[in-house]
Ligand binder design. Sequence first.
Ligand SMILES: [Zn+2]
Length: 459
Amino acid sequence: MAESSLKIDHARYILTLDRQRRIIQDGAILVEGGRVSRVGKAAELQDARADRVIDGRYLVITPGFFNGHMHISYAHPVRGIFPDEQASPLGHVFNLQSAMTEDEEYHATLLGLVELVRNGTVCFLDPGSTKFPDACLQAYEDSGIRVVLGEAVTDQDAPWKLPRYPATEAVARTTAFLEKWNGRLDGRIRAWAMPFSYETCSAGLLQALKRVVDEHRTGLTLHHNSGTKARQDSVARHGYSPTAYLESIGVMGPNVLLAHCLGLDEAELDSVARTGTAVAMCPVTAAKGGRGVPEHGRMPELLTRGVKVALGCDSPNNSNHLDIVRTMNMAAIQYKDARQDTRQVPAEAALEMATRHGAEAMGLGDELGSIEVGKKADLVAFDTLRPEWQALWNPVNNLVYNADGRSVHTVVIDGRVVVDAYRQTFVDEPRLFARVQEIGERLQARTGITFPRSRWPIS
Ligand SMILES: [Zn+2]
């Protein structure tokens, strides 16, 4: 339930991310009925009364953060088991994921949600990894978070253990999923089509799913990368580069979100921009996974073309954290290094991707992504009474370059305070942590997927 009214008063700074990108010093926000009803200088809102008033003197307020590619399922219980030299853990990932029980997935999800909201994420897209959404519904409800859900489908051979169905069944399952889930929890759940990738799905399946999401006015996401080898393979198989292929079969557009998007060439970048297709990039996964950002990273070119780019944390065993503030930091610094040019991806662009543009990429820009009158009240308050926030001159630079999610003090979703002065109240954390550790032990024993725990002796 939304609090009936809430006021944040005398905020040190409000980063509105509105059309003019106003930054308000000594600002105030009034929330009524789950929406922002007033925002401005504290003096202008002096007359505004609310059921609850939060003293904002030491707080920097931003819009809530969007995480456009965030697998939540198997990974928390076995986070960090893959040694650095494991080139691609994907085979193990899908075997572990398919071995999860309903109860295990519920607890792993709960931990994921705790980590997300405590770091300021108010909305995430799970790219079809959740096998038991019914079991996880209670966790979504209790945490108050927004989630874009779907069921991963494929109809072709894949190198990994992915859910595979005949195309007609994949379409029927997706349609049933959309009809069951879209709009639940007062609209906090959105349901999308989630074909895994163009390599693992036929053109017919992708086209049919695109038609389904057009009809249901919802979205479609898939994993998408290119690069020299992928282009050669795709040209040999389809006669087009990966991105031109998707465009040629009509599976691009504003309701399509391409995840990762490394290795696109100029023509592919133009195709993304021309079709209004959105992108979710995972800069920490790219760096940690040694994906070659200097050669394959195209974030600056996507931004220059006006493409809506969201940021993602990918998975607790890829990035391996769920902290969108650290992800903004990586987005803002990795291209400066890769291109040896400090003008690449300014701090402001990183913050836009995590808020306003992330919301737009996920089809939620009309209602969310900025602090403006009439929009839903999704807010994050950062505590500046911490050493990393000193000295405070440019709050955007302080947020993107100095801070991380640990200074998230308070989080509001739909006008409801879900993190209150660092505390969430929907789960007993120590108990949950012990439970997830046990699940990890069981999961490794059951699947036989284990690695030496450390290069150094643990006694
Ligand atoms: Zn993914």
